[in-house]
Write a new protein. Structure first.
Lengths: 643, 79
């Protein structure tokens, strides 16, 4: 089975303490809706869903509140065994903000329940009735090659379905959710089954077409199970052994997926579909980093495999916008740099006037997303945030749990598919106003101001379990050091470029102090992310010749930890002063305040924008950050022992 | 995979499927001894076991299972 769908891979894995948190739920006071939703927002298998549903049932029978989840009563009429589905539906509904109550009549009582005024279903006053029927519930008679008889069969089935609907409408006035029918995997002739009237496949095709037409505009709702089964494959959808053993309509492994599709439909009926897609830029909308790779370096061309993957993301975003989804951008970049591809890159499908709110700055993304929501006057629960970086995703999920943040696979070719599979923008109807909505928000949107910082970043940083490793330059690291020195544009104080032999020379020169810095966290190893070169300056001073850092680790206080390390070595070398320079370029506006933030004193500035700074080693008290520090390879320097 | 390993993994699966804190498995244990072990949950149990041990049981094998001992024998023959 394709794990994207079978395992709902857009959702994060269930936490290790999932059972413990379920238990804790029963004993905690107050409202449980948020915690339930958070647990349900993980990818859960059938056993986990069953347990979560049990916990929800327990809370309800204890009279505990499930607010802010929205209550919904769903009756399920089926010709199959739905005992596995019911708990899966209850648990999955919590993921979509719904406190679901399922009314389950006796097995295979579809017509009786729909047509009898005081049946269990009709008496229960449901908000909606799900007609969870599969093709084996229908009066289908093969009429090979007989178009007339075949059409009569289709109409007969439609008559049956309409009778069910009329009964439900008359007796309970609930919304009917009709499922399309997944044809069996087996064919009779082969390809001919599609074309020849009266084959099973041909009949089911006809019924699905008629049903779609019948439902559209009726106020009832269509759940396209045929489409879902096609997506995962009919051979995986239908499990004949399970049907024979217990009349289960489809594979147990696909129950979480099925339940998610039912739940997103119910949520859409309640108006809970998402409305805004917030896009990260670097490595999401295009391949590469605009600030480092430049307009010519980013990958986004037709004919380039990596570029086409990102164009796929743009195409989906643009199509979503056409149906009324509002687009916004949240990127860690200098504003002008981030806008450049939109304005100048010929292959960009997205243009600036497609974007309602454009947030390119160096704030954390939770703060930016909050600002976007405020600017659009929409709730955070209307937002979807697409970002290739697991750290950014984790931060937003933790600080703004109402925002939907899909997990993304390693391979960008699957970004668009993953976003689509998550179904955040599920809609049960499409109106003319939808076509205009994206433009409407845009007209009103101004660039949001970002005064308010979302708290809790430090706690999040601590949870990343970071390890920072310092080493002097060495032969092993040299290739990457040279690459960083020649590629980094944004977090680069002096933008000095050095060749391999020049770096090798610095490596062996005892007068030059060098650092290569690596960072690892719970998501993996970020590799080498910072490079420092200090040369002898005036007597007793080090001149910071080069200080650069990869923007991937921005906002983690890496620069503070680097300063700690430099100071440590400066002290043991008898250095009393650090001198630093900020040399402005077109790309490094980001670090204009770098030395100020680290507590350096400004000596003077030049007209060119160049500024000079110094820090007395004795006075320095840089901030610390929650990370483990490893310092290695310095042992050849005897002074080290003094630290 | 030897029997103690199978029992240990099965115990986790039983606790997961029946949402129970501690289940003591023995070869003689049958459905009537465990709270919630009805015909529907039995199928969920078998499906979970199939996935955990990466095996597939035939309909007749499932039909013939009488107790945990029988289950372990089938797993041992396959896994």
């Amino acid at each position: 089975m394709n794990p994207l769908y079978a395992e709902l891979q857009w959702l994060p894995r269930a936490p290790g303490d999932f059972p413990a948190r379920l238990k804790a739920l029963a004993n905690s006071a107050g409202s449980h809706g948020r915690e339930l939703q958070e647990l349900a927002l993980c990818s859960l298998d059938l056993n986990q869903l069953t347990k979560l549903a049990k916990a929800i049932g327990k809370l309800q029978s204890d009279g505990k509140s499930l607010a802010p989840l929205t209550p919904f009563r769903l009756a399920v009429l089926s010709n199959s065994t739905i005992d596995f589905l019911v708990p899966a539906l209850v648990a999955t509904a919590a993921r979509h903000g719904i406190a679901l109550e399922v009314i389950q009549p006796s097995y295979d009582q579809v017509a009786q329940e729909a047509l009898t005024p005081d049946s269990k279903v009709n008496r229960s006053n449901p908000d909606a009735v799900l007609l969870a029927l599969d093709y084996r519930a229908l009066p289908l008679k093969l009429s090979l090659g007989d178009a007339e008889a075949s059409y009569a069969t289709v109409l007969g089935v439609m008559g049956y379905l309409q009778a069910l609907r009329d009964g439900i409408k008359a007796n309970s006035n609930a919304v009917c959710i009709f499922q399309t029918f997944a044809p069996p995997a087996e064919t009779l002739f082969g390809s001919l089954d599609r074309a020849l009237p009266g084959t099973l496949r041909n009949l089911i095709d006809g019924i699905n077409r008629e049903l779609a037409e019948y439902v559209s505009g009726s106020g009832d709702v269509l759940l396209d199970i045929a489409g879902l089964a096609e997506t995962v494959g009919l051979a995986d959808w239908h499990n004949t052994q399970l049907w024979n053993m217990g009349k289960f309509a489809f594979s147990d492994e696909l129950i979480p997926l099925y339940a998610d599709h039912v739940a997103r439909t119910v949520a859409a009926i309640r108006g809970k579909s998402r409305k805004v897609l917030i896009l990260d830029l670097d490595n999401t909308v295009w391949g590469g980093v605009i600030g480092d790779d430049g307009l010519e370096g980013i990958q986004l061309a037709q004919g380039d495999a990596r570029g086409e993957a990102h164009l796929g993301v743009q195409r989906l975003a643009l199509d979503l916008r056409k149906r009324g989804v509002v687009l916004a951008v949240s990127s860690k970049n200098t504003d002008e740099v981030a806008r450049e591809p939109f304005e100048k890159h010929p292959e960009m499908l997205l243009k600036l006037d497609h974007i309602a709110v454009f947030q390119a700055n160096w704030n954390d993304k939770a703060t930016n997303i909050q600002a976007i929501a405020t600017e659009l006057s929409l709730g955070l629960d209307a937002m979807v945030f697409l970002d290739d970086n697991p750290v950014e995703r984790g931060l937003v999920r933790r600080l703004l749990p109402q925002v939907a943040v899909p997990e993304l696979p390693e391979e960008p070719a699957y970004y668009a598919r993953t976003l689509a599979a998550a179904g955040y923008f599920e809609a049960v109807a499409f109106a003319n106003e939808d076509l205009k909505r994206a433009g409407f928000y845009q007209d009103n949107a101004k660039r949001a101001s970002l005064q308010k910082q979302v708290g809790g970043v430090d706690a999040y940083l601590a949870s990343l379990d970071m390890t920072i490793t310092f080493q002097p330059f060495d032969a092993t690291g040299r290739a990457r050091i040279v690459q960083l020195i020649n590629k980094s544009n944004q977090y680069n104080l002096t933008t000095r470029r050095y060749t391999d032999p020049e770096v090798a020379h610095a490596e062996s020169d005892p007068e030059v102090f060098t650092l290569q810095v690596r960072l690892a966290d719970i998501f993996g190893d970020n590799g080498m992310i910072s490079v420092i070169v200090c040369r002898p300056g005036e007597p007793g001073a080090w001149e910071i010749d080069t200080w650069l850092m990869s923007c991937r680790v921005l906002g983690r206080k890496v620069e503070h930890m680097v300063l700690h390390e430099i100071l440590k070595h400066a002290r043991s070398a008898g250095i009393v002063k650090l001198a630093g320079t900020y040399k402005p370029t077109e790309r490094n506006q980001l670090v204009v305040d770098h030395y100020a933030r680290l507590g350096f004193n400004k000596l003077h500035g030049e007209e060119s924008g160049l500024t000079r700074w110094e820090l007395l080693v004795e006075d320095a008290q840089p901030e610390s950050a929650p990370m483990r520090v490893v310092s290695q390879g310095f042992s050849s320097r005897p002074e080290e022992s003094l630290v | 995979m030897d029997e103690p390993q199978i029992y240990s993994r099965l115990t986790q699966i039983f606790e997961d499927v029946f949402d129970a804190d501690s289940i003591k498995l023995s070869p003689e244990l049958t459905a009537k001894d465990v709270d919630g072990w009805d015909s529907i949950t039995h199928i969920r149990l078998i499906l979970t076991i199939e996935r955990a041990f990466k095996i597939k049981l035939s309909t007749s094998e499932i039909g013939k299972l009488e107790n945990v001992g029988g289950l372990v024998a089938v797993i041992k023959a396959r896994a």
